[in-house]
Design a protein around this ligand. Structure first.
Ligand code: GUN
Length: 300
């Protein structure tokens, strides 16, 4: 990757920062081991979505590296909603399983919300259960969704606190946009931002995006954020991981973010790369949530 051309431009390094967090996690795993507790995460994959397979493999591998027990459940694409609900019931009842993650998206014949609602809120390390999303909105202690938590942590550990800043989020998904807005608007020294959410129906999106001190792209469209949407000196966080066909690449595709990185680079104070930005942070926060779940359940 080409490095920023201005000496002052910061590349927010999610790989490096996530490695620090994983080291902290290793210490927590050892402390739990001293008390005879082996944390366990069940990762459920339904179907053959190629991107989901990559994410799930990465989550499982990180578990094993840290000494977290990984319970793999790979189910065929024609699994019924009832079968998946049955599995979640078993995982909810299993004392070795402290966290449950069902990789999204699910095949269209399964209601994602019905599945997420069935996961015990105490094992909901994705933070997608309505009890946790409700608590997040209320500013109560809860499991925070991993990608939003990763964006917040990446900004703070890179020296770009969102406090008092205008954060514009482009994208309103339940996985990123909405919970990230709820998180960054919290009354907290790590948040305290003024938050605007834009989406596909927003009028004058470039004009609003240009008002951002911190611009977060989570819309799932390759290279959507162009220089006309970015204020000089803005901090840009790119949540997008999009596969674009590339016959010149051994895999036949390459990964690009939601931000036109090379075009935007000369304008920004700081930016995240793709890959190596938010992606590894998501996994680190998942590990943190899993350890927290194990810790909480050990005192239950
Ligand atoms: N699909 C994309 N991101 C996520 C995530 O953070 N958790 C789950 N379960 N599925 C996803």
């Amino acid at each position: 990757m080409e490095l920023p051309n201005s000496e002052k431009t910061v590349l927010m390094d999610g790989k490096k920062i996530s490695a620090q967090i994983l080291e902290e996690c290793e210490t927590s795993v050892k402390k739990l081991a001293d008390r005879g507790i082996i944390p366990g995460l069940a990762v459920v994959l339904v179907g053959e979505n190629p991107a989901s397979k990559v994410y799930v493999r990465s989550k499982r591998q990180t578990c094993e590296k840290l000494g977290i027990r990984s319970f793999a459940h790979d189910l065929p694409a024609d699994t019924t909603e009832e079968q998946l609900l049955e599995l979640i019931g078993q995982l909810n009842a299993d004392p070795h399983v402290h966290g449950i993650l069902v990789q999204m998206p699910l095949p269209p014949h399964i209601s994602e919300q019905r599945i997420l609602n069935a996961i015990s809120p105490d094992k909901d390390v994705d933070g997608f259960h309505p009890v946790n999303t409700g608590k997040l909105l209320n500013g109560e202690d809860c499991f925070v969704p991993c990608t939003p938590a990763g964006c917040q942590e990446l900004l703070i550990r890179s020296g770009f606190s969102p406090r008092g800043k205008h954060v514009v989020i482009v994208g309103r998904s339940n996985i990123v946009g909405k919970p990230l807005a709820a998180l960054l608007v919290q009354k907290s020294p790590c948040a305290d931002a003024t938050v605007t959410i834009c989406h596909s129906r927003t009028r004058n999106l470039p004009e609003i995006a240009r008002q951002a001190d911190i611009l977060i792209a989570a819309i799932g469209v390759p290279n959507f954020i162009t220089p006309d949407m970015v204020r000089d000196g803005a901090v840009v966080v790119d949540v997008g991981i999009n596969r674009v066909p590339d016959p010149g690449h051994p895999k036949g595709y390459r990964l690009v973010g939601d931000v036109d990185f090379q075009a935007v680079l000369p304008k920004v104070a700081a930016i995240t790369p793709v890959p190596g930005g938010v992606g590894p942070m998501t996994i680190a926060m998942l590990m943190k949530n899993t350890l927290r779940a194990a810790e909480k359940q050990s005192h239950a």
